[in-house]
Design a protein around this ligand. Sequence first.
Ligand code: NAP
Length: 352
Amino acid sequence: MSNKRKVAILGATGAVGQRYIQLLQGHPWFQIEVLAASERSAGKKFKDACNWIMETNLPKEIAEMPVVNADVESVEKAGDVDLVFSSLPGDLAGPVESEFAAMYPVFSKASAHRMEKDVPLIIPEINPDHAELVKLQQKARGWKGFITTDPNCSTIQLAITLKPLMQFGLRNVVVTTMQALSGAGYPGVASLDIIDNVIPFISGEEEKMEAEALKILGNFNGKVVENADFMLSASCNRVHVKDGHLESVFIQLNQDPSLDEIEAAFAKFKGEPQKLKLPSAPENPIVVRHEKNRPQPRFDRDTGCGMSVVVGRIRKDRIMTFKYTCLGHNTVRGGAGAGILSAELFVAKGLA
Ligand code: NAP
């Protein structure tokens, strides 16, 4: 008999939900038990409710599974569940995730709870200690379960590259993003809006990047997270790329390390997932490329099975200390892969 944890995926038919299904195939610790989505999908077989857009085939047993409504009663009727992955739209995730958290550990990709004081905003390589916040949350809210969140996709890859730079005294960060279409979900941006075009606006994205990075890189003092002490300015664009967000990053440091020292800091960076050898941890959270025209989404987004952030074009800057380009797979490292890695961390720490 399998002793894997049984999981429900809320928002299973969406861009991130499908990635969860793909990445959880053959996972050593987790097995999919319940698939939930909106009432438009509930009552249908998954294959009839979902337009499968992953590169790999829809697994046969998943195709035949029923989709249920994303509420506690419907999910409990459909199966015994140990933990919940939520990839619901941000505007409705709030109350739904709270309802589940009363009973279950909830790993959320949605923005609804990210900035609440007792909710961890986790990138396992950066702030695994923030996971302990769920103990305070359970006490304050009287929940048996909890909510923990992953950052916004464009923030995750940026924050991973900022962490090794903090040793040099991070002062100011300016970032311009070129974000893939799958970041807008499915069906997402209308083709006539994006073909032959770049859209220089993503609702709420700049505000999320500017706020979330400071919490993730902040210090948990045992009671609250004190924000990191640097400034970040973001400018976000939607581009005509399927997967993989590219970001152009300008950094001002207090110190003046050489480019070799900066590159070494990126390349050497490892975190708790690597030490613990968590199943979804990439060997290298950051991979540095030296070609003058890399990283590129089409060639580099699957580096480390989509879990590594690829950095290139590291160079000095006339105004700031230096600049670089980074790339991350938004539905893997920025999406379902992040949620799964967080859940692995919580299980390894005995918190879930
Ligand atoms: P999506 O493709 O639009 O999928 C949304 C999912 O939520 C679908 O399964 C949909 O089910 C379900 N849903 C919609 N309305 C619902 C309702 N009223 N009740 C219950 N379920 C409902 O969106 P996504 O890109 O996967 O994003 C999901 C979440 O992850 C969002 O909060 C997003 O901000 C976040 N996120 C996305 C990315 C990314 O790269 N896409 C990365 C990080 C975080 P139906 O098919 O039945 O409508």
